[in-house]
Write a protein of this length. Structure first.
Ligand code: FE
Ligand code: FE
Length: 198
């Protein structure tokens, strides 16, 4: 099957997503494309994964859980308690079934864009990081430093961003403590260990 038409995908996202999420999506797609140029990854795949990464973001938790149930997608306990985490899993499923994506790397980049995973491919790293640094992001700490690092050393930038993500979820930057998906911690350990399994 031919990979989907980027212009059509963009139009569908404009319809499916709310305005803010659509702006974020474009930011991720173009940032991912720039990173793909820098690191010699496939620019079209970066655009495609960027455009689709949040395709399941603007639906209710009930809808996401219903899609998982209907299509036998496994839902972990953490995901049950925080169904927004499911937007990556449901998004990668929709990318395949609804938007006609066949490239495994693109599908994985969407699947792992929230928590990352140890041993991410170049494209997975690019999408994970583009989601963190795209121009519309404002509130993350150390953003300027991480944005610069992103174009110098991909793994180092991911490590810095993961560090802040975990600090944020631990309530370091504000009162509220949020639940951390175990995979985020595993990803952090992996990249802290220089990209080798712990
Ligand atoms: Fe997302
Ligand atoms: Fe996103």
């Amino acid at each position: 099957m031919k990979e989907p038409d980027l212009r059509k995908i963009r139009k569908s996202m404009e319809k499916k997503l709310d305005h803010k999420r659509y702006e974020h999506t474009l930011g991720v797609a173009y940032t991912a494309a720039a990173l793909a140029m820098r690191y010699e990854a496939d620019v079209n795949n970066a655009l495609l994964a960027g455009l689709l990464h949040d395709c399941a973001k603007c639906m209710s938790n009930e809808q996401r859980l219903a899609i998982c149930e209907k299509h036998n997608l496994a839902v972990s306990e953490v995901e049950k308690r925080n169904p927004y985490l499911l937007h990556a899993k449901v998004g990668s499923f929709l990318a395949m079934k609804k938007y006609g994506v066949t490239d495994k790397d693109v599908i994985n980049a969407i699947l792992n864009h929230t928590t990352g995973r140890p041993g991410m491919s170049k494209l997975e790293k690019i999408i994970w990081l583009a989601d963190y640094i795209e121009p519309g992001r404002k509130q993350a700490p150390n953003l300027a430093k991480i944005r610069k690092a992103a174009f110098e050393d991909l793994d180092q930038a991911i490590l810095l961003a993961l560090e802040d993500t975990i600090r944020y979820l631990n309530g370091y930057f504000k009162e509220e403590k949020l639940e951390i998906d175990e995979m985020t911690l595993k990803t952090y350990d992996f990249y802290k260990n220089g990209g080798k399994s712990v």
